[in-house]
Ligand binder design. Structure first.
Ligand code: TRP
Ligand code: SF4
Length: 332
């Protein structure tokens, strides 16, 4: 088989609906997902059940957050004609496969997932000593396997979960017979975006610039942003590679302009204020069509739910076919 007749590979990824998406989410994931939708059979899922594993006490907020994520997706260019965008919690086959996989997943595999103990400690204010929280990666394995996904585009922080998925499906295939492909992580090479305080851009640090932020809000976040600490005075030269602002340049400003600014920074030919001004121009150039698209979607919220429902139907069709095979492999 040559490349043009080989069946298209299946891609699956998911995002927890815990609030609106920021520029780091765009650069780290969405930008890549948009490229992939032209090449593969892509399933992109909003995963309320995963959100519930840590936010069960806020369950009533999850539907609103789901809406936010869907609008963010559509406004940056995920296209429901090219990919299946859907809600995990509306495709009950995920829950059935999660249950079956939980029967064969040894507890120690889950206890040694690096993020598990860390998160337990970090989120101590929430009671996370639950069955569901420990089983988070099993649910993720079900999300992936129920579409027989080959490729899972995620950031480095999720690589351990995909590795565990491979181990679980390998065990399933050995016990019940070959049903699932072993999914590969599609690691996205991305410049890590810094937030306004210089740390990694993250919702939980409160340092993020959101896709839905207005121009004025973004200006107010960027202008006081931390820069290379060597540039105390305007006449002190700086090093762009040590500057949080420049991580945004690498993601949103064309290379020739980046190079010009880098020279200006190293020779103190340009001040940080001017540098941030140029960055804002480019950010707004990227965001204007996104805002425009958002306005159109927000005028008709019912369309958003319709798009998701159409995706749910397509996802269900595939997941039901796979679950029929799974039950047969079990002899049910
Ligand atoms: N655990 C992922 C995250 O926190 C979200 C997720 C759930 C996911 N199911 C998935 C990612 C399946 C990839 C594939 O980002
Ligand atoms: Fe950072 Fe720009 Fe200032 Fe250089 S000029 S330190 S890249 S903000």
């Amino acid at each position: 088989m040559n490349a043009s007749t080989a069946p298209r590979k299946t891609v699956l990824s998911g995002v927890r609906p815990t609030g609106p998406l920021h520029l780091g989410n765009y650069v780290g994931a969405l930008r890549n997902w948009i490229r992939l939708q032209d090449i593969y059979n892509c399933y992109y899922s909003i995963v309320p059940w995963h959100a519930l594993s840590s936010e069960y006490a806020n369950s009533k907020a999850i539907t609103g957050w789901t809406f936010e994520v869907a609008v963010d997706w559509l406004s940056v260019g995920l296209d429901p004609d090219k990919c299946v965008m859907f809600l995990q919690s509306e495709v009950k086959e995920h829950a059935e496969l999660h249950l079956l996989l939980s029967m064969i997943t040894p507890l120690p595999w889950l206890e040694r997932v690096p993020t598990y103990k860390e998160q337990l400690k970090e989120l101590q204010e929430k009671e996370l000593n639950t069955y569901g929280f420990l089983g988070y990666p099993v649910l993720q394995a079900a999300d992936i396997a129920v579409y027989k996904a080959d490729l899972v585009p995620v950031g480095e922080d999720q690589a351990a979960h995909v590795e565990l998925t491979r181990e679980i499906v390998r065990r399933f295939n050995r016990i019940f017979g070959p049903v699932f492909p072993e999914p590969q992580t599609l690691l996205t090479e991305v410049p890590r975006l810094a937030g306004t305080d210089g740390r990694k851009m993250s919702k939980s640090y409160g340092n993020a610039v959101y896709l839905k932020d207005s121009a004025e809000t973004i200006r107010q976040k960027i202008m006081p942003m931390v820069t290379d600490t060597r540039r105390i005075r305007r006449t002190d030269p700086g090093e762009p590679n040590d500057c949080p602002v420049f991580t945004l340049y690498k993601a949103f400003v064309p290379k020739d302009k980046q190079d010009e600014i880098a020279v200006g920074c190293r020779t103190a030919g340009i001040g940080c204020r001017d540098c941030k001004g140029v960055l804002l121009e480019h950010l707004f150039r990227f965001l204007e069509p996104v805002w425009e698209s958002r306005r159109r979607f927000e005028e008709h919220p019912e369309n958003i739910w319709e798009i998701l429902e159409a995706g749910n139907v397509k996802a269900r069709t595939k997941a039901q076919a796979v679950m029929a095979e799974v039950r047969e492999a079990l002899g049910f």
